[in-house]
Design a protein around this ligand. Structure first.
Ligand SMILES: [Zn+2]
Length: 67
């Protein structure tokens, strides 16, 4: 039996009884997953804007030019 502390809610729990290691419960696991997604979709927002701008400047008139 090992006592761990849940990273999400800070509660201590018995690792042998957890259904969602390394969290104390499936709910906390879900919360962690949600945070991870938030980070993933929150960060590229700036880069995406920059990329769109560059694309508009450079490739606005891009068409199939010849063959
Ligand atoms: Zn927890």
């Amino acid at each position: 039996m090992a006592e761990l502390r849940c990273l999400i809610c800070g509660k201590t729990f018995d690792s042998a009884q957890s259904e969602a290691m390394p969290f104390c419960s499936p709910r906390c696991k879900q919360v962690d997953l949600g945070r991870w997604f938030d980070e993933k979709y929150g960060m590229p927002y700036e880069a995406d804007e920059e990329e769109t701008e560059a694309f508009a400047r450079d490739g606005s008139t891009t068409q199939d030019d010849g063959t």
